[in-house]
Design a protein around this ligand. Structure first.
Ligand SMILES: *[C@@H]1O[C@H](CO)[C@@H](O)[C@H](O)[C@H]1NC(C)=O
Ligand SMILES: *[C@@H]1O[C@H](CO)[C@@H](O)[C@H](O)[C@H]1NC(C)=O
Ligand SMILES: *[C@@H]1O[C@H](CO)[C@@H](O)[C@H](O)[C@H]1NC(C)=O
Ligand SMILES: *[C@@H]1O[C@H](CO)[C@@H](O)[C@H](O)[C@H]1NC(C)=O
Ligand SMILES: *[C@@H]1O[C@H](CO)[C@@H](O)[C@H](O)[C@H]1NC(C)=O
Ligand SMILES: *[C@@H]1O[C@H](CO)[C@@H](O)[C@H](O)[C@H]1NC(C)=O
Ligand SMILES: *[C@@H]1O[C@H](CO)[C@@H](O)[C@H](O)[C@H]1NC(C)=O
Length: 346
């Protein structure tokens, strides 16, 4: 009986070997070597742009809850990263999380070289400091991924360009675009292992939701030297502004990825003021990006020093506000008080 079973299993293994594609086997091997199956992503908060909104203290920052859900839906937890904090706070958080996410939003990029090492001046200074830490970590062999969406995408390229703003005006606001994959996109990390159905949807159907008045053209991408540090993976076309703009990039030397569109909106935003495709194929494509990115974070082994410290920082300490009820295009937002960072550290 045992011998029969052994033979049967062997046959089965041989059969599976011949039937499955080699990529399936590669996937299985990679799954076995996941370093960290409890990844935590730090999402950078940003200043509330309309200070009279919701009677908040003027120094409050926020994170749209859709970014939190986006990360959670792919198997990770979230720690909010507050702005206007000191360097020690950012270093501690950085050394405790497995990846960063720069969300969309509205922030004016003011770059002052004298403040590049000063994290106390909002989203841009905080972000520049974190990007510096991310590069230093990766340079030392500590695999640390970074993701940017919309404003986050623009910010990461702004940071790369030493504060040169290479953006141009476009009208891709509330606009659905498809991706035009560039020559080597299918060899990239971001798209190389995507299912055919995902590539097909992104390339042939206008499912990516865009909300930007500024964009980066392929001409400026090259002119500003960004092609030296990032691969241009796809462009999209804004028919209103008649502008072709860069829609997806990945860093040449670092696990940094960024998209101009909003995958999280397809899945988690429901305002009727925005045109958001919620079809099964749009959701599949949007979810692909979250799954891809969280998988990068699983390769990082940073952790909080203690469970208590981890618990004190997780997003679960906050209750999102149902801002959609008040007409906000975000269905829910997390708001953060100014002095929260002190919490949880003795
Ligand atoms: C800011 O928020 C207040 C209160 O919700 C609103 O009355 C006002 O129109 C908003 N201003 C802008 C520029 O959106
Ligand atoms: C963890 O504890 C060590 C030693 O006390 C300290 O140097 C380090 O900064 C802490 N790390 C974090 C992420 O808090
Ligand atoms: C900041 O400094 C870098 C390196 O010295 C320089 O290339 C860049 O032009 C400066 N940016 C601004 C906005 O002054
Ligand atoms: C910022 O810090 C780096 C070291 O991390 C240093 O090389 C650089 O000169 C500093 N820049 C400024 C403007 O102080
Ligand atoms: C950083 O900026 C803040 C706010 O402008 C300022 O109070 C502080 O002195 C600056 N710190 C350093 C080290 O330059
Ligand atoms: C290039 O960037 C500049 C701003 O730095 C902008 O004025 C110009 O329109 C852009 N050109 C193109 C072709 O994108
Ligand atoms: C769109 O822009 C291109 C150049 O970028 C120009 O050749 C073309 O005429 C423009 N089309 C329209 C309809 O304005």
């Amino acid at each position: 009986m045992a011998g029969f079973l052994r033979g049967y299993i062997l046959q089965y293994i041989v059969l599976v070997f011949y039937l499955s594609s080699s990529s399936l086997i590669v996937d299985a091997i990679q799954t076995r070597f996941v370093l960290n199956d409890r990844p935590i992503i730090g999402i950078v908060s940003q200043e509330v742009y309309n200070k009279s909104d919701y009677s908040l203290p003027p120094t409050s920052s926020y994170i749209a809850a859709s970014y939190v859900k986006y990360v959670e839906g792919a198997g990770a937890r979230v720690v909010p990263i507050l702005v206007d904090q000191d360097e020690a706070y950012l270093r501690r958080i950085f050394n405790s999380i497995n990846g960063l996410l720069f969300p969309g939003g509205a922030i004016i990029f003011e770059y002052d070289n004298s403040t590049i090492n000063n994290s106390t001046k909002g989203f841009v200074s905080t972000g520049l400091f974190l990007m510096k830490l991310a590069k230093e970590a990766n340079d030392k062999g500590d695999y640390f991924p970074v993701w940017g969406t919309c404003l986050g995408f623009e910010f990461m390229l702004f940071a790369e360009g030493n504060g040169q703003d290479a953006r141009t005006q476009c009208q891709a606001n509330n606009q659905l675009d498809k991706l035009r994959f560039q020559k080597d996109a299918m060899q990239s990390m971001l798209f190389g292992k995507a299912r055919k159905s995902v590539i097909n949807t992104l390339g042939t159907k206008a499912v990516t939701a865009n909300f930007h008045h500024l964009c980066l053209t392929p001409e400026n991408f090259t002119r500003f030297g960004l092609d030296q540090s990032y691969y241009l993976l796809s462009t999209s076309y804004d028919p209103v502004g008649n502008v072709t703009y860069v829609s997806a990039v990945e860093s040449i030397n670092y696990p940094f990825f960024a998209v101009q569109f909003h995958p999280e909106k397809n899945i988690y935003e429901w305002t009727k003021k925005e045109n958001l495709p919620h079809s099964p194929e749009a959701i599949e494509a949007a979810q692909y990006f979250a799954m891809f990115y969280v998988d990068q974070a699983r390769k990082n082994t940073h952790s909080f020093n203690s469970t208590t410290e981890e618990e004190a920082h997780l997003i679960y300490n906050y209750i999102p506000t149902y801002t959609g009820l008040k007409g906000d295009t975000f269905v829910q937002k997390y708001f953060f008080p100014f002095d929260w960072s002190k919490k949880g550290y003795n």
